[in-house]
Design a protein around this ligand. Structure first.
Ligand code: PMP
Ligand code: GLN
Length: 387
């Protein structure tokens, strides 16, 4: 997280994107689309800049975006939010996460996470002085009847929670595994959070990138204590805009604003009305985005299987996890560092999403498929040279 002198090291995403630039390798590491989002959303940002919406907006977010987020939650999930009190716009979900952890985790508080976990959780929790308690998601290779996937043992989740638990962090759909939490898991999280008076943080940035299964928000199960994160960047393929949001009980949102005001104060003015436009687009736009992404998933997953990787077909999101052991890998980190030279492709080792010690995941590698057909076809061509 931080060097002994307090400087942060580059994240695995920055490191691997730099490696891709330096070697000319196809970047299936960092999760960002190389195709454009909906034209209406892009046009709305240009129009907002031209209309002069270029000065500091309100700290909570511009009213039309707050309203659009509340409408979105009602439309897709039947969740009623007061846009004036229950919504906060953030500089991507990344700032939302930092503000939540810094505002609500006290030194020594325990924060329960599912491992592998998105790397920002670990950095933010450590910065807040919290103690991260990891619940393992275990790799289950394919059997005769079931495909490869990750599984959670509810007993591990129960064992991780105690009176020291301040927060439980859930991420559904999950990065990096592409799995979605079952209702029984969300119910158990709600039960444990209530028993220990803990806050639930639910990172749902991939909520609309679902392949044929509906998204079930954590706020259905524990609305009184859940802070949910969303991302305009993910939903509308504009990750560089850094426009996200937090929704939840007014009291918790107020606590987070107290921290957020010192982080960014406010967020990019013209992007907010543009994301509001996106959120109000018809269902068909959301469905088309997810369907196209599913095709990209299938393209990459068949190429990986053909080459010999054991692939866990993801239910949602940007990423697929593949076991490189059948290709002779013993260390996914070394495998990924050597891959640009071997075949001109960049991927991320799953251990980058783990604390030290998850040797059971050592040979797993994450590939991003949120890429154009041309990029994926070129990646597939290069990966085939591995055999
Ligand atoms: N949470 C997860 C699980 C993510 O994968 C990401 C980024 N890709 C974020 C949060 C950050 O989202 P944003 O780009 O909106 O800051
Ligand atoms: N969330 C993206 C990923 O998992 C990357 C974001 C970042 O670079 N921090 O690849």
């Amino acid at each position: 997280l931080l060097d002994a002198d307090g400087r942060g090291r580059p994240t695995i995403f920055a490191e691997m994107s730099a490696l891709s630039l330096a070697t000319g390798a196809v970047n299936l590491g960092q999760g960002f689309p190389d195709y454009a989002g909906p034209q209406e959303v892009l046009d709305a940002a240009v129009a907002a800049i031209r209309a002069g919406r270029n000065q500091y907006p309100p700290g909570r977010g511009v009213p039309e975006l707050l309203d659009a987020i509340a409408e979105h939650h009602d439309r897709f999930y039947g969740i009623a939010l007061d846009p004036k009190t229950d919504v906060l716009v953030t500089a991507g979900a990344t700032e939302g996460l930092a503000a939540i952890f810094l505002a609500l985790v006290r030194p020594g508080d325990e924060v329960v996470c599912f491992e592998p976990y998105y790397d920002a959780y670990g950095a933010d929790i450590a910065r807040a002085g919290g103690v991260q308690v990891n619940v393992p998601l275990r790799w289950r290779p394919a059997t005769l009847t079931d495909a490869a996937t990750f599984v959670l043992d509810p007993a591990d989740l129960r064992a991780a929670c105690s009176e020291r638990t301040r927060m439980i962090v859930v991420n559904t759909p999950h990065n990096p595994t592409g799995t979605i939490s079952r209702d029984s898991t969300l119910e158990l999280i709600a039960e444990l959070a209530r028993a220990h008076n803990a806050i639930v943080v639910s990172d749902e940035v991939y909520e609309h990138l679902m392949f044929g299964v509906p998204h079930h928000p954590m706020a259905w199960f524990a609305p009184e204590r859940t802070l949910t994160l969303g991302s305009g960047g993910k939903t509308f393929s504009v990750t560089g805009w850094k426009c996200g949001w937090i929704t939840g009980p007014a009291e918790l949102i107020d606590a987070v604003i107290g921290m957020k005001q010192w982080l960014t104060y406010v967020n990019g003015a013209p992007f907010q009305p543009a994301i509001a436009t996106g959120l109000r687009l018809p269902d068909a736009v959301y469905t088309r985005g997810a369907d196209e992404l599913r095709d990209r998933r299938d393209l990459l997953c068949s190429a990986l299987s053909e080459v010999g990787f054991e692939v866990a077909l993801p239910d949602a999101g940007y990423f697929v996890i593949a076991d490189a052991a059948p290709l002779g890998a013993v260390d996914g980190d070394a495998f990924c560092r050597g891959l640009p030279e071997r075949c001109g492709v960049v991927a991320i080792p799953v251990t980058a999403f783990c604390a030290p010690g998850r040797d059971d995941l050592a040979t797993l590698v994450r590939f991003a498929y949120c890429k154009s057909d041309d990029t994926l076809a070129e990646a597939a061509r290069r990966l085939r040279t591995l055999t």
